[in-house]
Design a protein around this ligand. Structure first.
Ligand code: HSE
Length: 437
């Protein structure tokens, strides 16, 4: 039986573009058998060629909008990144009746609501498996595999660059800047790597996961975002002494009538699987009421892992085309008119255990003054370490692990403790997640 072709235009020929081209050609036979169609790249839009992929006689346009308007193209793959031109390109493709596959988390997180509405209006689909956690099929898992569940919470390591940096710092004591440069060389980092180290990239991904999990419109502006740039090896080491690893986590949790949406460095008990996810690997832990905990693990960045997700979306769309359907699965899994505007819980009300580190005078009475300021806020102390003073120093590092406490109470205690004469400088605060339900 001869299979019909589905014609694809790829815009952007960087790391992921080249990876997609290569996976499509290397695995053409099995992909065609799965898609019930030959996935044929007929048009590439790119400002420059990429030595990592041989385009052969594929048509190449320097103006990417030529691809969006090409009547031959059925599906446009948007891999240019950014949100301005990428949004115009995506909307132009949709208006021209093309389905869109994108790896662009910023685009979906910030403008997904508008893009999905436009796609529905034009009877086309937008797919974005590659936007979150690289090669891990977490979007499909939340949208389809877990569709029977009420999702209680999810927590994930969803920035490969950040995890690579933290792992190298912990395992090899390497310098932050040096590891970041290597992540850029390996094609893991964003064009602007502050997106990786300041948590913005993870926030983009978290908001997408939360919308799929809880059936809510995308609310990127509501995510609390803290990166890894201020973490020190000192904290990594002290955390280890207490039996924890520091990971950069995205957490989305049902809390009363609202949801918590937060991205920040987090101490995780060292025996948890997530604490042992290292290098560029990502992992997302999802707790559903029926299924219980499920864990998804894999490469979170890189050419072919991300291409794997792009190609899966292409196969999905080709199957829909073969069945004469579009939007069979809504973009966020829930019918758009059923999405609920859930309120995001203010961070002051978010309750977790805390790790705090301060510099204290090494003299009698300091510990009890600190302890009583915690107790005034109803915060109980789970563990406390006082390190020996360095040679010729009178101050000592004091590390406190608290029980569960609202951020508002911790803020008040920290403010009062920082005002003590016996405490120098700012107190370092990192949240703790037990990840046990
Ligand atoms: N910069 C991203 C990361 C790429 O490091 O995870 C994949 O989204």
């Amino acid at each position: 039986m001869s299979l019909k072709p589905v014609k694809i235009g790829i815009c952007g020929l960087g790391t992921v573009g080249a990876g997609t081209f290569n996976v499509l050609s290397r695995n053409a036979q099995s992909i065609a058998a799965r898609a019930q169609a030959v996935l044929q790249v007929v048009h590439v839009g790119a400002r420059r060629d990429n030595p990592d992929c041989a385009l052969g006689d594929t048509r190449v346009s320097r103006d990417i909008f030529d691809v969006a308007r090409d009547p031959e193209v059925d599906i446009l793959v948007e891999l240019i990144g950014g949100t301005t031109v990428a949004r115009e390109l995506t909307e132009e493709a949709i208006r021209n009746g093309k389905h869109v596959v994108t790896a662009n988390k910023a685009l979906i997180a910030e403008f997904g609501n508008e893009i999905f509405a436009l796609a529905e209006e034009h009877g086309v689909s937008v797919r974005f498996e590659a936007a979150v956690a690289g090669g891990i099929p977490i979007i499909k898992a939340l949208r389809e595999g877990l569709a029977g569940n009420r999702i209680e919470w999810l927590a994930g390591i969803i920035n490969g660059t950040g995890n690579f940096i933290l792992s190298e710092m912990r395992e090899k004591g390497r310098d932050f800047a040096d590891v970041l440069a290597q992540a850029q060389d390996l094609g893991y980092a964003e064009a602007d790597p502050t997106f990786d180290v300041e948590g913005i990239d993870a926030a983009h991904k978290l908001v997408i996961l939360a919308s799929l999990a809880f059936g809510m419109p995308l609310q990127f502006a509501a995510v609390y975002t803290e990166g890894i740039s201020r973490l020190t090896t000192q904290d990594v080491d002290y955390a280890e002494e207490l039996g924890y690893r520091i990971k950069h986590l995205g957490v989305a949790k049902q809390n009363g009538d609202g949801v918590e949406l937060r991205v920040h460095p987090t101490l995780i008990p060292e025996q948890r699987l997530l604490a042992n996810v290292n290098g560029v690997m990502n992992a997302v832990l999802v707790e559903g009421d029926a299924v219980g905990p499920t864990l998804y693990y894999g490469a979170g960045a890189g050419a072919e892992p991300t291409a794997s997700a792009v190609v899966a979306d292409l196969v999905d769309l080709a199957r829909d085309l073969a069945a004469g359907q579009s939007n069979r699965v809504p973009a966020l899994g829930f019918a758009r008119e059923q999405l609920r505007d859930l309120p995001v819980v203010p961070m002051a009300q978010v309750v977790t255990p805390w790790y705090l580190r301060m510099e204290a005078e090494d003299k009698p009475g300091v510990l009890s003054a600190v302890a009583s300021l915690f107790s005034e806020q109803g915060i109980s102390i789970e563990a406390l370490i006082q390190k020996a003073p360095a040679e010729g120093e009178t101050r000592v590092p004091l590390i406190v692990l608290t029980n569960r406490a609202a951020q508002g109470s911790v803020d008040a205690a920290v403010q009062a403790i920082e005002a003590l004469d016996s405490i120098t400088g700012e107190i370092t605060r990192i949240r703790v997640e037990a990840l046990d339900g």
